[in-house]
Ligand binder design. Structure first.
Ligand code: PAF
Length: 283
């Protein structure tokens, strides 16, 4: 695996490879603190025979809570080892000037319409603007043919697809969405799990259990009734619910009740102790 800090060096390396052989570039953007979920994205890229680039950059513009940014785990040595083990070809670790050479405001903003007003968009004002800025910049620097994203961030996947559309890059970069990786008990893997105590990790299982409860209620119950049972379960486990909703799986437009003619998704965000977690499930 080769490691680059400068985009110009990364681009020179890729151009040299391209001069000798046809290269399909797969890109996995991350903020580090890598876990099996990230490594499954690397695995998916390798499976598609892509020359695989992973970036690690903790993007300040997507943190609406400065404390969350400060506390974001940094585990570069372990991340490098894990990427080596997963067969990643190129690690790109740009510094802030490489991504925002002219400051945060100089980067073009994109508008994601209703996606900025629901769920994560509503709870974290400005978050998707920051994601849009950094992903647009990373795409321009890396120029991948395939972008690999995790299903756990379902709304982010839609935002980035919309970004690619607005950049007129649909012919250049396709998006491949990889299923969520869970621990044995069902907790969705997340870099934020590192901040959960052992007791909180157990409590956090109530998020996935709630999603499963909603899935099970699809044919026998109405959504509001199932949601009330989930609220009780989350409360018993000290999880502070932010939202639990049913949505159209393709658009994430909220649904008021089960509609078995539609592909649906249950989506949740809750705080467990000081840690904010999200999850979702196709139902
Ligand atoms: O999902 C993440 O880790 C980040 O939002 C991303 C896509 C790397 C942009 O900073």
């Amino acid at each position: 695996m080769v490691i680059f800090k400068k985009a110009a060096d990364l681009q020179h390396f890729i151009d040299t490879k391209r001069a000798h052989q046809s290269v399909k570039l797969g890109f996995v953007p991350t903020m580090g603190a890598l876990h099996e979920g990230h490594l499954s994205l690397i695995g998916a890229s390798k499976k598609q025979k892509c020359l695989t680039v992973c970036s690690i950059f903790v993007n300040p513009t997507q943190f609406n809570d400065p404390e969350d940014f400060k506390k974001y785990p940094s585990t570069l040595d372990a991340d490098t080892e894990a990427l080596l083990g997963a067969g990643c070809d190129i690690l790109f670790i740009p510094d802030i000037l490489e991504i925002y050479p002219d400051g945060f405001d100089a980067v073009k903003s994109y508008s994601f319409a209703y996606l900025e007003t629901i769920f994560e968009g509503a709870q974290r004002p400005g978050h998707f603007q920051g994601v849009g800025k950094v992903v647009a910049r990373l795409l321009e620097l890396v120029q991948p043919q395939v972008l690999f994203l995790g299903q756990k961030d379902a709304q982010q996947c839609l935002v980035i697809k919309e970004l690619i559309k607005q950049m007129n890059w649909e012919h250049k970069t396709s998006v491949s969405i990889v299923p969520t990786v869970r621990n044995e008990q069902g907790l969705a893997l997340s870099s934020r799990n590192l901040r959960l105590t052992e007791a909180e990790q157990k409590q956090a299982l109530a998020l996935y259990q709630s999603l499963q409860l909603i899935k099970a209620a699809k044919t026998s119950n109405n959504f509001e009734h199932a949601k009330q049972a989930c609220i009780a379960l989350l409360h018993q486990n000290n999880c502070e619910l932010e939202y639990l909703a049913l949505a159209d799986a393709a658009s994430l437009q909220p649904l008021s009740d089960f509609d078995t003619h539609k592909d649906m998704m249950a989506i949740i965000a809750a705080r467990v102790g000081a840690v904010r977690l999200i999850d979702n499930l196709f139902i």
